[in-house]
Write a protein that binds this ligand. Structure first.
Ligand SMILES: [Fe+2]
Length: 275
């Protein structure tokens, strides 16, 4: 019998780590992890610190949309203040934040930084403590997009790792894992657990709104005619603000390069921003 079990096993994944985060690839052609991360590694340094994190748990959210729309959602800072009520209550101005993309040689990663104001008590928000920042002195939030769907964020007292699993043309499973830094107090860890559900859980004040909006975008995407990304906040040159559309163009530029389908044609960015 000439059947060889070794020839039919699962392929071995290449595995590399960066500050405690493990990255796997099934491709022999993928570059070394440090080259792949490029300048985005500096953002991971800030978010992950020494990498000595405690896993607190994870939640799964199903989005009724294609995985690329779920990916867009993170590259796009414009919707955060127009869609998310919690961000409005925090008086977060997306225009205050900066979004960095590496040059055309990058692999499509992005790095957003924005500041949040202190929440004010209103009829809508009686208990401001649920949005208070307790984990650090500076009010900065940072979100790292690791192309295509990996997200590492240090945002509103959550340290999270997210990734998307396509479950069909119209279904994307998003996994949200949350962490604490080793040595943090029990009280802060309880707060981080609560914030993880408050923000990212299926009924969280980010996920709930995103689920609804992404399903509507997906339903509208097959409409006839040209689908052009145009939010009216086009900017030719960096620095890009979180609300500019350069992030989405950056994502689709990397997607087209990965699939070797070129960047010409009807969807081409008119300015080249983000490409
Ligand atoms: Fe969102």
């Amino acid at each position: 019998m000439d059947f060889s079990r070794e020839e039919y096993g699962l392929p071995a994944a290449r595995l590399e780590s960066y500050r405690g985060a493990l990255f796997a690839s099934l491709s022999d052609d993928a570059p070394p992890l440090r080259d792949y991360l490029g300048a985005t590694a500096a953002g991971l340094d800030l978010a992950l610190g020494d990498g000595d994190l405690i896993y607190l748990g994870s939640q799964k959210v199903m989005f009724e949309c294609n995985w690329k729309i779920a990916a867009e959602n993170i590259y796009d800072g414009y919707h955060t203040v127009s869609l998310h009520k919690a961000f409005q209550m925090l008086k977060i101005g997306a225009a205050w934040g900066e979004q960095r993309m590496a040059d055309a040689a990058s692999y499509g990663h992005a790095w957003q930084e924005y500041r949040a104001g202190a929440p004010e008590q209103t009829d809508m928000l009686r208990d401001t403590s649920i949005l208070a920042v307790r984990s650090k002195d500076e009010p900065g939030n940072r979100i790292l997009n690791i192309f295509p769907t990996g997200i590492i964020s240090d945002q509103m007292d959550t340290l999270s790792l997210r990734f998307a699993i396509p479950r069909g043309v119209s279904a994307t499973e998003m996994q949200f894992a949350v962490f604490a830094r080793r040595g943090e107090s029990d009280e802060l860890i309880r707060h981080r657990v609560r914030q993880g559900s408050n923000l990212f859980g299926p009924e969280g004040f980010i996920s709930l709104e995103d689920q609804t909006a992404l399903a509507r975008v997906h339903d509208g995407a097959p409409g006839r005619g040209d689908n052009v990304v145009l939010k009216g906040t086009l900017k030719r040159f960096p620095p890009y603000r979180v609300l500019d559309e350069a992030g989405i163009r950056h994502f689709y530029g990397a997607y087209r390069r990965a699939l070797d389908i070129g960047t010409g044609g009807p969807g081409r960015c008119p300015t080249g921003a983000g490409e």
